[in-house]
Ligand binder design. Structure first.
Ligand SMILES: N[C@@H](CCC(=O)N[C@@H](CS)C(=O)NCC(=O)O)C(=O)O
Length: 229
């Protein structure tokens, strides 16, 4: 039987191993950043697109055949938003989420889910070049891109962070979407977004995470056979 303490109630133990399945050119970078914020040891398993993501072994862990996934003891967690929320709760000492009893938990969930739903959908539709006719936007969970962007803009005006006065996993997840979206042209650049993303990307954990993933990409490129001259 496991120790009769809070760890048992939560269903995981500090000794549970944390395994991170990722590809450095993917949304896995969001979770890498989150893991670096958490500061606990973790093992990285690289999944390559050619064979890894749809291999039977990996599909047994994540039937979507997508990255990222984390395995923590017996818990398998997929979906970036869920992974960020899970890690923030599993490692409360990192102070990445308001306490469960805090009223700030409301806006915290709000912005985490806003990123997983409306922001993801709006950016995906933009990438695909899809646009709903205005009279049908009420049927879409995200409405339209303009509404999503304006909602985010309003939430960030005059604020350093989305929730309360400290950085949370909601900032990390929303900020990662904004950073990627603005650099790929799927989300509009606005000064308030650029200032917010620049602040977040200067965090030591974000810098470390980018260095690790960029380092893996550089090593993979070097290991590729060079074309004959
Ligand atoms: N809803 C998932 C999306 C994950 C996802 O789409 N990952 C992409 C890379 S960014 C992937 O693994 N694509 C490989 C494939 O679908 O074969 C999440 O938020 O984690």
């Amino acid at each position: 039987m496991r120790a009769e303490n809070g760890e048992q109630q939560k269903g995981y133990a500090m000794t549970d191993k944390l395994v991170f399945y990722t590809n450095p050119m993917s949304r896995g970078r969001i979770v890498r950043w989150m893991l670096e914020e958490v500061g606990q040891p973790y093992e990285t398993v690289l999944i390559d697109w050619a064979s890894g993501a749809k291999s039977p072994d990996y599909l047994a862990i994540n039937p979507m055949g997508k990255v990222p996934t984390i395995v923590h003891g017996e818990a398998v967690v997929t979906e970036c938003g869920a992974i960020c929320a899970y890690l923030a709760d599993a490692f409360p000492q990192a102070n990445l989420a308001p306490a469960p009893s805090s009223k700030l938990r409301g806006p915290y969930y709000r912005w985490l889910f806003f990123a997983a739903g409306p922001i993801e959908q709006a950016a995906g539709a933009k990438t695909m070049g899809w646009e709903a006719p205005p009279e049908r936007k009420a049927m879409l969970g995200y409405g339209c891109m303009e509404d999503v962007i304006n909602a985010l803009d309003g939430a960030l005006q005059g604020r350093e962070f989305l929730v309360g006065d400290s950085f949370t996993a909601a900032d990390l997840y929303v900020g990662a979407h904004l950073g990627w979206g603005m650099s790929f042209g799927t989300l509009e650049k606005r000064p308030v977004f650029e200032a917010y993303v620049a602040r977040l990307q200067a965090r030591p954990a974000a810098v470390r995470a980018n260095q690790i993933d960029d380092g893996i990409i550089a090593a993979q490129q070097q290991a590729q056979p060079q074309p004959a001259e």
